[in-house]
Ligand binder design. Structure first.
Ligand code: PLP
Length: 397
């Protein structure tokens, strides 16, 4: 399929193919009225993509659906193997043992479970805003003390304030790290991660490293799983999932890698306490098929997303300089600095939704540092992104 931007069309998979997702109980589409007060917006908000999943995943799900009993489910050994192989082949993490893996129905429930398992009420947990908003609620809903170590922007590239992090760490129990970082798209460098490890060790912090976006890394960047850089990963809990990578977040299955036995016991108890330990027959087959057979799809997806990311950057620089994009090194989420519009956040939301007809996530959702920003999800057909950009440009004239 051709496109208008001189970018190579995708070779093996049809990322340009429109798929009508309305009336599939899709949050992104059928939740628009509720979210934006208007159903006719181009939905570039909640983090799922509009692409068909790897064919192997659909095949595995169809095969499972053809068996007409959908009872309570175990995690088969082959599921663990698929994850261990993926981590070895794609992230160079060779040490992961089968018993280190704790399956869970999503990364957000694990953030909550980790707060319960590894800290006491009133103890401090550090988060780094602007950040994916459940990081805040995981701390506050469990009665822990929220400590914020805001990121700062250095000529449009976000960075960690390490001196401040160290001050926060002195009185804290945990750090909730988002790596790669949603919404600013940073893929933390090896040296940044090593500084985090140094501080964590010095202050005996437990680090919950949410690496759900670890596979969505653009060509010029390299992701390091935090635990792979640690001499002793005992205090690190790593969350991974095929959900963002292979576009199956609605199936709600993720995994924690917990090298320390006592920590595994604690987190498993927390899941039991929350009654969130069971999974379902569909999520397990999709999880396994994605990790086992999804690699070539992912390669093509990343090339497609990278083309779209670059297109947005170029378009904004040429036609809409009032919006500055923080070029993501990973994730399909673009953090747009809209402060040059000179609008309040309510006005910005109104402008994008009602004048441009584009539904993005307001930056204020992500806490401190989000004022005047919008998060754009580019995980859709490229021509839709072009229409959205054109709409914004026209509305801003
Ligand atoms: C950093 C991060 N963690 C977790 C999630 C959601 O995880 P789950 O759907 O597995 O609860 C998201 C979704 O956008 C995310 O960006």
């Amino acid at each position: 399929m051709s496109n208008n931007h001189g970018l190579e069309p995708n070779s093996n998979y049809s990322f340009d193919l429109d798929i009508n997702r309305t009336k599939t109980a899709s949050l992104k589409y059928d939740g628009r009225q509720n979210m934006f007060g208007k159903a006719e917006v181009i939905p570039l908000w909640v983090a799922d993509m509009d692409f068909a999943v790897p064919p192997a995943v659909t095949r595995a799900l169809s095969k499972r659906a053809a068996h007409p009993v959908y009872g309570y489910t175990l995690y088969p050994e082959s599921l663990y193997e698929s994850l261990i192989n993926w981590l070895r082949q794609h992230h160079g993490w060779r040490e992961v043992q089968r018993e280190w893996i704790v399956m869970c129905p999503g990364v957000v429930p694990s953030l909550h479970a980790a707060a319960l398992a590894f800290s006491e009420p009133g103890e401090s947990i550090i988060v780094q805003p602007p950040v994916y908003f459940p990081f805040f609620s995981a701390v506050t809903d469990t009665g822990r003390n929220l400590v914020q170590n805001p990121l700062y922007s250095d000529s449009g590239r976000y960075a960690i304030d390490f001196d401040h992090l160290e001050q926060c760490a002195a009185g804290a129990r945990m750090l909730m790290l988002c790596s790669p970082h949603n919404p600013v798209g940073r893929v933390w460098s090896k040296s940044e991660l090593e500084r985090i490890l140094y501080i964590a060790k010095k202050y005996n912090l437990v680090v919950f490293s949410d690496e759900i976006h670890a596979d969505l890394i653009y060509a010029e960047s390299e992701h390091h799983i935090l635990a792979t850089l640690a001499e002793d990963p005992t205090n690190i809990i790593t969350a991974v999932a095929p959900s963002k990578t292979f576009n199956i977040p609605g199936l709600n299955l993720s995994a924690l890698i917990v090298p320390d036995k006592n920590r595994r016991i604690s987190i498993t108890r927390a899941f039991e306490f929350l009654h969130v330990s069971a999974s379902n027959p569909f999520s397990i087959v999709a999880f396994e098929a994605a990790y086992r057979e999804g690699a070539s799809w992912l390669t093509d997806l990343l090339a497609y997303l990278q083309g779209t990311r670059d297109l947005v950057e170029k378009y904004l620089a040429t036609h809409l300089p009032k919006i500055q994009v923080t070029k993501p090194e990973g994730t399909y989420l673009l953090w747009l600095d809209c402060r040059k519009f000179g609008m309040s956040d309510a006005q910005l939301k109104h402008f994008f939704v009602h004048e441009a007809g584009v539904g993005m996530s307001p930056g204020t959702l992500f806490g401190e540092g989000g004022k005047g920003f919008m998060r754009m999800n580019i995980g859709t057909q490229r021509h839709i992104i072009t229409i959205a950009l054109e709409n914004i440009r026209r509305a801003s004239l």
